[in-house]
Design a protein around this ligand. Sequence first.
Ligand SMILES: [Zn+2]
Length: 353
Amino acid sequence: MKDWKTQTWFGHDVDAGTHRNTELEITESYSGRNITIPIRVIRGVEPGPTVFVTGALHGDELNGTGAIRSLLANPEWGPVRGNVLAVPVLNILGFERHSRYLPDRRDLNRCFPGNASGSMATRMAKVIFDAIVLQSDYGIDLHTAAVRRTNYPNVRCDFKNQACKRLATAFGAGVVLDGRGPKGAFRREATAAGCPTIVVEGGEVWKVEPSVLECMTRGVVNVLKELDMMDGEPELPEHQVMLRQTKWVRAERGGFMDMHVSPGSTVVAGQPLATNSSLVHEEHNRLEAPFDGIVIGMSTLPAVQPGEPVIHLGKLSSPRRAKFVEKHTQADDMQRTTQEHLSTNIQVTEPMD
Ligand SMILES: [Zn+2]
């Protein structure tokens, strides 16, 4: 560990028990100016781990940015033990254009751990990886669903990695998904490099949604408590669902979808999820749940073509289990409120006989 009293972060000395707003140079613009990402380094009085918290790795996914900014709005906020590196916008070039991608159309979240002599994207990834990930002990990466979709807040991590699973459970979103992520993804490569990292997905692009923000800020604080960086116990839902298998239920026909479920709904196998009909309301077909499950994501755009994803379902083991999960989701204030908020964006109707 670096000497605790004074540490150098991104070229500045930061004393224990203080914070400093700083910047990391990641590339240069066409006009040769430095392009930097803003970072707040928050240092605890006492030694402890270093945790990075990042938002907008996809430049249009702003719920995490909103959550981090809301924590930073209180200048007193931070760990008692250890360091927090708060990065509200990781993909600053995408963010400047309200875009998921970099200007060269690459997905920064497939370019890690990066390459110092590679493409613009992999060079940027390399700078970020070396300066942030390799200096941290743990990571939390905040995302939303992709454009035209929404996600019921869920944490994703590799269940085989005990440290990741511990963070994911401590975050307390209520739904945890197994998987290490695709090759080149930030959290996968960070975890592989010895910095266990979880990813959190919640809500939509281009928004800061109050209930998602609430879930994310509580989750970050929960993880810091779990790591003994802050005092107190994590505030957790009574029960959390661990999902190992998920499936996108896709449209079979072109048409307009009437939705019968909303984010966070639990369903049993065969239950109608959405009805696809023509614009003048001639029914085409009905999408049904292929298994007992919970809706972790869905399309917000009701017009579909064949093959387009409509409902993202996490698999539960039985109808009894679905009932149990529903009961506990409804019993947790935050999960119930989130479900209510997210469903106000979607017209949900009863299926017609
Ligand atoms: Zn994302």
